[in-house]
Design a protein around this ligand. Structure first.
Ligand code: HEM
Length: 426
């Protein structure tokens, strides 16, 4: 199923799978897995406690003989992550983490996001060169992924955790290695080894930072986790480190692809793009639709704690189940004309942030960040257009991502700089 055609456009494959039935056993996928395409089925599995998130060991198994022992450390660190623990451990960790994602915490972050966005756009405009008075506008090219969508989420997470923005190139490289492993249905041992080396480096980065951070606590999320660690062991040091790694990884492998995939979809649908530019108050609704239309996370995984029967088939205890989020978001039983982009669509929740107890903790932050980013891009880069009619997609099947997105804008641009944060999500 996962070949170049799928990576370029997975949606025809999902529709073909759906036409064959609601539940499929694939012997190849991650060494054998059940695939689910329906919106109702995916939502139901994601909230069902019989489907466990404890699957860090499964990846090790799928990387070939010898991998289980060799990937011990990867498994050890990630088996404490919010993403990969079930209740009651999950409930306890989630309560601690929730503190950093409350509206009041995000409210404080919003001006910082605006500053980061402004700085990145300043750099894009500076590269376009100086403008003389009366100069005629010409189109200037830049790579939206490299210059904007890729660095922005890493800088925002750094700001949220209260860590040095200069280290962000390491964060991105480490996260990419981990994502390559998680996003490969048939990972090689080399991919698995690189992921482990990077996860250990990330964990070590935070471990070395701890003494300094314990001595000078602030309002950032890492400080809040340290306070929870100090107050009667609500969270252990190893758990604290695992959550920092998870945030660094989960926060930007995803958001950058919402920005990239979303911008591409809008520019490929000029009427929708024009409607949004004419009425920027449509941004919240547009972001929901962009998340549905081309989900940054295409699928997740669960492992069965007990035998479960579904659609007349018996799924056995220990089997891997893959809820295909990207397919569920294009389910015709849920959405009218699901392959059509409609930024004013109002047909219920997409599943791009998951569902149930593990629903994305960063969803509100993502909407906030994406709204500030898209609003500022619309204001500051006039007449934005695609520089190429074909795009190059990455090889990662989970994190649907563009390798590059060359765009052009008219330069000189008007000197508009958003000074107030107008995002609706704060
Ligand atoms: C476009 C942006 C994003 C998308 C599409 C996305 C998607 C998801 C999905 C699908 C899940 C559930 C996984 C599962 O059930 O197996 C999830 C969980 C999670 N996300 Fe996000 N995410 C995004 C942004 C963020 C951001 C910005 C952060 C943090 C700064 C974040 C942190 C997390 C964490 C910690 C979890 C685990 C929650 C739990 O298990 O309780 N995500 N995300």
């Amino acid at each position: 199923m996962i070949n170049e055609d799928f990576l370029n456009d997975p949606y025809p494959a999902y529709h073909a799978l759906r036409a064959e039935g609601a539940l499929h056993w694939s012997p190849e996928f991650c060494g054998g897995a059940w695939l689910l395409t329906g919106h109702a089925d995916v939502a139901s599995v994601l909230r069902d406690p019989r489907f466990s998130v404890r699957r860090a060991g499964g990846w090790a198994n799928s990387s070939g003989p010898g991998a289980v022992t060799e990937l011990r450390e990867f498994k050890r660190i990630f088996s404490r992550s919010l993403l990969f623990v079930d209740a009651p451990q999950h409930t306890r960790l989630r309560q601690v983490m929730n503190a950093g994602f409350k509206p009041v915490a995000l409210q404080e972050l919003a001006p910082q996001i605006q500053v980061i966005v402004d700085r990145l756009l300043d750099e894009v405009l500076a590269k376009a060169g100086p403008t003389a008075a009366g100069q005629c506008a010409e189109f200037v090219q830049f790579d939206f992924m490299r210059d904007f969508a890729r660095p922005l989420p890493a800088l925002v997470i750094a700001s949220m955790l209260g860590i040095a923005a200069e280290d962000r190139s390491d964060f991105v490289a480490w996260s990419d290695d981990i994502a390559a492993f998680i996003g490969s249905p048939t990972p090689t041992l080399e991919i698995a080894r690189a992921a482990q080396v990077s996860l250990i480096a990330m964990n070590e980065y935070f471990r070395q930072l701890l003494p300094q951070r314990r001595a000078a606590l602030g309002d950032d999320l890492m400080s809040q986790l340290i306070r929870a660690e100090a107050s009667g062991g609500i969270i252990t040091t190893k758990e604290l480190l695992a959550q920092c790694c998870t945030l660094l990884f989960a926060g930007h492998e995803t958001t950058r692809n919402l920005l990239g995939n979303g911008m591409l979809a809008l520019l490929q649908h000029p009427q929708q793009w024009q409607a949004l530019q004419a009425t920027p108050s449509l941004l919240p609704s547009a972001l929901k639709e962009l998340l549905r239309f081309d989900s940054p996370v295409q699928y997740t995984g669960r492992r069965l704690k007990v035998d479960v029967e579904m659609h007349g088939q018996l799924m056995k205890k220990g089997d891997l189940v893959i809820p295909l989020i990207g397919a569920a978001n294009r389910d015709p039983a849920k959405y009218t004309d699901p392959d059509r982009l409609d930024i004013q669509r109002n047909e219920g929740a997409h599943l791009s942030f998951g569902y149930g107890p593990h629903v994305c903790i960063g969803a509100t932050l993502t909407y906030l960040e994406a709204e500030i980013a898209m609003r500022s891009v619309m204001q500051r880069l006039p007449q934005l257009r695609l520089a190429s009619s074909t795009q190059s997609w990455g090889v990662n099947a989970v994190y649907r991502s563009l390798n590059a997105l060359p765009l052009q804008f008219a330069h000189p641009a008007p000197a508009v700089k958003p000074s107030v944060v107008e995002a609706a999500y704060v």
